[in-house]
Design a binder for this molecule. Sequence first.
Ligand SMILES: Nc1ncnc2c1ncn2[C@@H]1O[C@H](COP(=O)(O)OP(=O)(O)O)[C@@H](O)[C@H]1O
Ligand SMILES: [Mg+2]
Length: 357
Amino acid sequence: MYIKEIKLKNFRNYDFEKIELSENTNIIFGDNAQGKTNILEAIFISSLGKSFRTNKEKELIKENEDKAIIEIKFLKNKREEKIKLEISDKKLFFINDIPLKKTSEIVGKINVVLFTPEDIEILRNEPLRRRKFLNIIISQLRPKYIHLMAEYNRTLEQKNSYLKQIKYENKSKEILEIWDEQLVNLGLKIYEYRKEFIEKINNKIKKIHLETTENKENIEIKYKSNINQENYKKKLKENQEIDIKKGYTSVGIHRDDFEIYINNKNISIYGSQGQQRSSIISLKLAEAEVVYDEIEEYPVILLDDFMSELDKKRINGFIKNINNNQVIITCTEKLTLDNMVYNLFKIENAKIEKIKK
Ligand SMILES: Nc1ncnc2c1ncn2[C@@H]1O[C@H](COP(=O)(O)OP(=O)(O)O)[C@@H](O)[C@H]1O
Ligand SMILES: [Mg+2]
């Protein structure tokens, strides 16, 4: 699939701007703080329903305005479609001018894989980032997963607030079982999806990573959950007293994590900077291949400020890996790619101009 055209109105620092993209590679270059990442953000929101850098919708609207509009024309299954998003005090989505009832209905229409300099944080201590990575890929491909997650989180919140009531108001413990049953029911489905997708990624990442490391590095992702099919309910029960004291639920899929191993060593702990960076690239490339296998459409690859970290040889090698995909690159220096067809855009203060190479 590919994006044909993006229109932005009062989005971030944009007044009104239209950009027509090539179905191959598009390079958008310009100084810092001109609006490069904002374009990728607009695409990402149209794909996942929310931003990768803020939860506050208001930040997306241009200062002193009250409504932002993103409109994207894209080609998928050889059909042209249009997604429109209006952001004011609420978010409204339209597909081909038909309003959607729920934000979640937008997810997966436009498929993207985003690379940003912050991706390296996937490997830092906080498991939240890793769960987010999993949630993003699974949500795009399994709409049901979004609903399961929402229901799980709602149930968890209710249970946690009841745990506090047991502690402070001496409420009965018996009713906890009802919530636990729901948590197990929903949680196991989520667990299965995560297991399935980690396996799918493992099936792809191995080959990708061997190729980029001259067959030296054997990479593997390991799913870490503090529950499984057999023990979920038992674990919740075992932790009941502790959870009442803490006021929250200490076991379950909301604590899930995964680890990346290279040659049987956990790279978060033992990997060099370079190994960590290249394994994240492999992880994202594997994500793109999993998307392709699932929907038989190549996802759009968004590379934010990405090239700043790679030398020219690596850039050309990397681009070859994704030459079936539409690629949108942002960078600060004018970038030239050998033997490649690409569009070049210069961006200055939220004005985009197509230029000759
Ligand atoms: N809601 C907003 N209203 C107006 N300007 C904004 C808003 N949000 C961000 N900006 C501006 O957008 C610019 C940053 O855009 P960004 O795309 O992140 O830059 P870069 O080109 O470095 O990727 C900054 O100048 C920032 O002040
Ligand atoms: Mg940027």
